[in-house]
Ligand binder design. Structure first.
Ligand code: UDP
Ligand code: MG
Length: 342
């Protein structure tokens, strides 16, 4: 059967959906998360699974999820062997998700679960990717907003893949889109870029990003700068070209300046002055060289990491309720499911 047709046939009112939730030290958040997510899922009237990926939490998050699984066949836990970072955790979740549509959302409720029905509606009407675009960023500093804004624009200037502005990992993907994404085997997983790279019919829903409900963000500025560099160098080789261009410009300026000094010495006999300008030029060129070597190094390092072919993450264990494990996303009829107050 034609694969497209196959997918569209499966996209029915009853097609099961998966939620993929990366979890890193979110013990305080998890009860609030389930309190808000379960009622929304209950209104969908379709089968679902919640795949929580424990990214090496040390605060008992995994134990808490395990206790929930004992009573709820719709929850599954993929426990990674250590902290691999959100990008790897999301990849692990996508690999384990079995739904016909997969929604990725954060555990800290910054991605409002109330948007899920609208996302599913778009998916049912034919979209393979439903992107959630932030209209506002409550609870974030002016500097973070401004730097994010600037960064997305820089990123889109440099890469050929159009990475949508102000979107994060919060999105719905059809089975076809997830399968496509999972064919990308690179180790440097800059998810925003990978998501964009696959293309596919996409619809955008705007939403207001909420402040984190509890706990603290796992990102600090060095981490964000690292992610930003990762994005720039994963999706474009333009920085290498910039290095060449800057080198050419600096060399031209140096050449013209040199000629001028020679001319001046010949005409005015003024050969010895200019020591400060010499120091300035040397440090300017030295700086350019170091930056250029750094840029080249960034790419060499990436090649090295890819060449090692290590897996993106390692799973410690997958925990699921025996009822859920026996079937595809639980066998219980929807009517029989109760929403638990957790
Ligand atoms: N997260 C993760 N591994 C990490 C860091 C974060 O799985 O190494 C998860 C975290 O538990 C949360 C989501 O990724 O569910 C987003 O993290 P956070 O809220 O700290 O990031 P921000 O919203 O500030 O970008
Ligand atoms: Mg957050």
């Amino acid at each position: 059967m034609n694969r497209d047709l196959e997918y569209s046939v499966r996209r029915t009112d009853k097609s099961p959906i998966s939620l993929v939730v990366p979890v890193f030290n979110e013990r305080m958040m998890l009860p609030l998360f389930f309190d808000r997510v379960l009622p929304v899922l209950a209104t969908l009237n379709r089968r679902y699974e919640i795949v929580l990926v424990d990214d090496g939490s040390e605060d008992g998050s995994a134990g808490y999820v395990r206790s929930l699984i004992a009573h709820d066949p719709d929850i599954r836990l993929v426990k990674l062997s250590r902290n691999f970072g959100k990008e790897a955790a999301v990849t692990a979740g996508l690999e384990h998700a079995r739904g016909e549509a997969v929604i990725v959302l954060d555990a800290d409720l910054q991605d409002p679960p109330e948007q899920i029905p609208a996302m599913i509606e778009r998916w049912q009407s034919g979209a393979h990717v439903v992107l959630m675009q932030r209209r506002s960023r409550c609870g974030e500093t002016v500097f973070k907003r401004w730097s994010a804004h600037l960064y997305y624009r820089l990123l889109n200037r440099t890469s050929r893949t159009d990475i949508p502005v102000d979107t994060g990992d919060f999105r719905l993907m059809s089975r076809k889109a997830v399968d496509a994404l999972l064919t990308l085997k690179e180790r440097n997983r800059y998810m925003k870029g990978l998501f964009a790279w696959i293309g596919m019919p996409t619809q955008v829903i705007q939403y207001d990003r909420e402040p984190r409900a509890a706990g603290e963000t796992k990102w600090d500025y060095p981490g964000l700068v690292g992610l930003a560099l990762e994005g720039l160098t994963s999706f474009s080789v333009s920085p290498l070209r910039w290095a060449t261009m800057i080198g050419l410009i600096a060399a031209s300026i140096g050449g013209v300046f040199g000629l001028w000094i020679v001319a001046k010495a010949l005409m005015l006999g003024d050969a010895t002055s200019g020591y400060p300008s010499l120091v300035a030029i040397i440090s300017f060129l030295g700086g350019i060289q170091l930056v250029s070597i750094g840029i080249v190094g960034e790419y060499v390092g990436k090649t090295y990491l890819e060449a090692k072919q290590r897996p993106v993450y390692l799973t410690d264990e997958v925990v699921e309720n025996p009822v859920g494990a026996r079937s595809q996303i639980g066998e219980k009829p929807v009517e029989a499911r109760r929403v638990k107050a957790v």
